[in-house]
Design a protein around this ligand. Structure first.
Ligand SMILES: Nc1ncnc2c1ncn2[C@@H]1O[C@H](COP(=O)(O)OP(=O)(O)OP(=O)(O)O)[C@@H](O)[C@H]1O
Length: 253
C-alpha cells in the first residue's frame, strides 16, 4: 500500500454546549498513498466532524492527526494556512466558488495566494483544465455554467496545487445523475492518474462504489470497513448490506 498520507489515532471530538455531545469517540484510521476512501454512516454519526478534523477546520478534543507525518494542529495560523494550501484540496457539496470571478480566476485563486510565477500558473492551468475537460469554460463567469461544470471547476481549483490529499464532503449532493457519473469518473482519474489520495464523505452507495475502500461510522466510532475487489457490482451490494445493518437515518436514498 506504500506510505500513509494520513494517520488518525484515537480521534475524539466533543461539542461543548448546554449538553456536551461526543461526536467522535476514539477513531483510528490510516489512509495509504494513492488510496481512495469513502466515509459512510447514518445521519449524525460524525462523518462531517471526522472530515473537518482531518481538513484542519475543526480542532479535535483529543487524539492525533498526522498528514504526511506532520501534525497540522501543532502549527501556528500562518504555517497552518500554508500547510493547507500545499497539502490539502477541498471539494464541497455547494461548490464554494466565487460567483463574480471567471472560471479561470477561481481555479487560479489558490496559486495567487502563494504568488507562483505567472508562466508556472498558466502551465498548471492548462494541464488541469485539459485533464478536467473545462478548457472552453475558462473565460465564463460561474453563474453562466451548469452544476456539473461548477463541480469540475471546483475540482480543478482543489487539485491545481497538486495536493497530497483531496477531501470531499458530499461532492455529488447537488448534481443530477449524469453529472454524478462525470464527477465520480473524474475523482477516479484524479486518484489513479494524478496519484492523489482521496477521502470523501457520501450518503450515496453508488458514489461510494467508486472508492477502493469504505469506512462506516456509527455513533462516532468506526463500525466496519469494506474493500472493493474486482467486481464493482458485488462491492455495491456489500455497501447496501452494510448500510442495511447500520440502519437509521439513511436519508436521501
Ligand atoms: N457545531 C456543533 N455543535 C454541537 N453539536 C454538533 C456540531 N456539529 C455537529 N454536531 C453534532 O455532532 C453529531 C455529528 O455531526 P456530523 O455533522 O459530523 O454528522 P454527519 O454524520 O456528517 O451527519 P449528516 O450525514 O446528517 O451530515 C451530530 O449529532 C450533530 O448534531
Amino acid at each position: 500500500m506504500g506510505n500513509s498520507i494520513l494517520q488518525v489515532t484515537n480521534l475524539q471530538k466533543e461539542y461543548i454546549g448546554e449538553i456536551t455531545y461526543k461526536a467522535l469517540n476514539g477513531i483510528d484510521f490510516q489512509l495509504g498513498e494513492n488510496e481512495f476512501v469513502a466515509v459512510m454512516g447514518p445521519s449524525g454519526s460524525g462523518k462531517t466532524t471526522f472530515l473537518n478534523s482531518v481538513s484542519t477546520i475543526d480542532r479535535p478534543t483529543a487524539g492525533e492527526i498526522l498528514i504526511n507525518e506532520r501534525n497540522p494542529y501543532s502549527l501556528d495560523d500562518e504555517e497552518l494556512a500554508k500547510f493547507r494550501r500545499s497539502e490539502l484540496g477541498f471539494v464541497f457539496q455547494d461548490f464554494n466558488l466565487v460567483h463574480t470571478l471567471t472560471v479561470k480566476e477561481n481555479i487560479l485563486l489558490p496559486l495567487t495566494l502563494d504568488s507562483l510565477p505567472a508562466d508556472k500558473m498558466q502551465q498548471r492551468l492548462k494541464h488541469v483544465s485539459q485533464f478536467l475537460g473545462i478548457e472552453e469554460l475558462l473565460s465564463k463567469r460561474i453563474y453562466e455554467i451548469s452544476g456539473g461544470q461548477k463541480q469540475r471547476v471546483a475540482i480543478a481549483r482543489a487539485v491545481i496545487h497538486e495536493p497530497s490529499l483531496l477531501l470531499a464532503d458530499e461532492p455529488t449532493g447537488n448534481l443530477d445523475s449524469k453529472a454524478v457519473n462525470d464527477v465520480m469518473n473524474l475523482f477516479s482519474s484524479i486518484n489513479t492518474e494524478l496519484k492523489t489520495s482521496i477521502l470523501m464523505v457520501t450518503h450515496d452507495p453508488y458514489v461510494a462504489s467508486f472508492a477502493n475502500r469504505i469506512i462506516f461510522i456509527k455513533d462516532g466510532k468506526l463500525y466496519n470497513e469494506v474493500h472493493r475487489g474486482h467486481n464493482r457490482k458485488q462491492f455495491y451490494q456489500e455497501i447496501m448490506d452494510t448500510l442495511a445493518f447500520l440502519g437509521g437515518g439513511q436519508h436521501e436514498l
